[in-house]
Write a protein that binds this ligand. Sequence first.
Ligand code: ADP
Ligand code: MG
Length: 247
Amino acid sequence: MSNTDFVLAVEDLTVSFDGFKAIDKLTLYVDRGELRVIIGPNGAGKTTLLDLICGKTRASGGSIKFKNQEMSGLQEHRIVRAGIGRKFQTPSIYENLSVFKNLEVSFPKGRSVFGALAFKCDDAVRSRVQEVVEEIGLAGQLNAEAGLLSHGQKQWLEIGMLLMQDPELLMLDEPIAGMSVRERELTAELLQRIAQNRSLIVIEHDMEFVKRIAHKVTVMHQGKILAEGSMDKVQNDPRVIDVYLGH
Ligand code: ADP
Ligand code: MG
């Protein structure tokens, strides 16, 4: 397949670590505006898949097309600039800086820093910070030190830092781990808001949460796709119950 409407087209992707295929000829398509959840047992290759897409790990074979443009082989910062944002499991925020500063420093740097342009740029940054802080529900904490936020708020701040880059595809690895029930609810709402004009890939274990947010679910097992479809469909798939949900 050469030209597609998919935001992301992963085809025959393979990576081996010392002969062990962590991802094995995996093919996956994500639509524009889709919120895809990836589930599967530990060691299935979920995190490795995100590592490959964001350029942290290099594939041994296959292709990763983002908006029809080949991403595999590009350096990580080029992939970010192309429009793919990725959140890791542990938040990497600047604890000593305010929420405002954390967001401000995440704004992609412009090409010119001269005179009137720089001023205009400051304005653009401030208005983008305002939009993002409202989207992540931290408008009331704009001047708070990031280190004093709750665990959930820190996770939202990091999502906000990614949103500052205006990614078209956002990938999140177990975003609700360690969150309270209320924080989980708010995160589900946040991800649904984000999916209104972006695509999302979310790795998650909490089935209630998955049910609530997923447009479609992909089940991975041993570096391959075991099942894919609606939550209802995969939940009732005997192979999925056997390797994952039954435990
Ligand atoms: P998941 O996120 O689904 O739990 P991972 O993608 O973290 O699974 O891991 C898939 C498999 O690949 C595991 O067996 C893991 O040990 C292995 N693996 C992941 N990254 C590396 C690496 N950099 N070097 C060697 N083995 C790795
Ligand atoms: Mg993982």
